[in-house]
Design a binder for this molecule. Sequence first.
Ligand SMILES: Cc1ncc(COP(=O)(O)O)c(C=O)c1O
Length: 482
Amino acid sequence: MTQPVLETVRAPGPLYREVADRIARLIEGGAFRVGGRVPSVRALRRSQRVSLATALQAYRVLEDRGLIEARPQSGFYVRLPPGRLPLEPEESQPPVRARPVALGDLVARFQQAARDPACVGLGTALVHPGLLPIRALHRTLAAVGRHSPQLANSYDVAPGSLALRVQIARRAFASGCTLAPEDLIVTNGCQEALQLCLRAVARAGDTIGIESPTYFGLLQSLETLGLRACQLPTRAREGLCLEGLEARLDRCRIKAVLLMPNFGNPLGACLPDAKKQKLVRLLAARGVPLIEDDIYGELAFAPARPYTAKAYDRDGLVLLCSSFSKTLAPGYRIGWVAPGRYRHQVTRLKYLSSIGTASVLQLAVADFLAHGGFDHHLRRLRRACAEQVARTTDAVACHFPAGTKVTRPAGGYILWVQLPPHVDAVALFERAWAERISIAPGPLFAADGGFRNYLRLNCGLPWSDQVERAIARLGQLTAKRL
Ligand SMILES: Cc1ncc(COP(=O)(O)O)c(C=O)c1O
């Protein structure tokens, strides 16, 4: 069939709008699918015999209508119309009473599935290695080993490499913190940093305030240390509900609070900076320390990253923890903590726990931060995460049953999905694993087996037919009565 030539068969109205209307009709009719690419600007220009400016303007109109989106260096893609985006999960309402943590063997089972190389990895919160500068980092590591072979024969005891702490202090400036290298201690990943902080501020039997839902690694730390959890209510967009915290501070004897204010796991929520300031004041007024996990803070989709709560700390009561596991190389196990007034305790505990952190790895990361183009890499990673989160959201909206709700994170690469009430996410996890798809079921993220009909999806994999098929299959399984 020949296309009408728009320059000759013209209806009234600007030409770019006519072109836009025709593409909109194709999108509405399903000829261009959600998540798929529309013709490039040049292809549109050729096929419709219009100027480049007209083709571009037509796409701008469609962008304004929310029908397509531009993806840097990739083209224009069909978006889910704004009205069809799923709702966000409801505010969590955990019980007010503190309780011991009992995760059972679900974590071990989840990790088995997550490590299964045959699975499409929607379970573990990890980005695809192709999105990390692994080769360049390994080259740096080899050079460090060649130039300083003596490093293999020494202990780099806590607080760790000065060169690395200088780089971390520089980077922390963008998160609103003024830290000196001596304020920092290098750790084996963020997990060790969090454990050391918990041990510095609390004893077995004490109660720690945590977000509900929260990362299962934190729950495991509480369980191992014999700490009780006071679960705090959260909202999908902003995370911690400050009123909920205030009410519990008055009723439970909370010894410390452990939060992920920037794109936390699994909510991906971001507490506005003004509320972080309020939070820090609220806790400082009661002398309650705040352990802050900022592991996803550098992965904001906006050009500037949000501040940390630590930026507002005037009393040394915020213990800021992070690592390079989400941005550079989880296998290097390089993390850090700025423990404020608990510096001596945390340094001592770090020494007792593991003496120090592998020196060659510390120096390789320090060198990469100084000369390896880390910011350039981060910009690319953040763009990729934003795109993968958008496409996964659209795919969930297309393939999951009515009533499914999804978070809309502004950073990081995980989605928290609320399924219809009849769905048992643990049964879904087992069924999906049998079909070689790994997911993280909701009860992993609660101290008490809650979030039965929720799951966390990893968006760290580049979009592919395989990923889309896996999400479509999860949608079908969810629609069945499991
Ligand atoms: C919120 C959060 N904190 C801490 C960790 C552990 O970090 P690391 O691998 O640096 O020990 C993770 C890992 O997934 C995480 O998601």
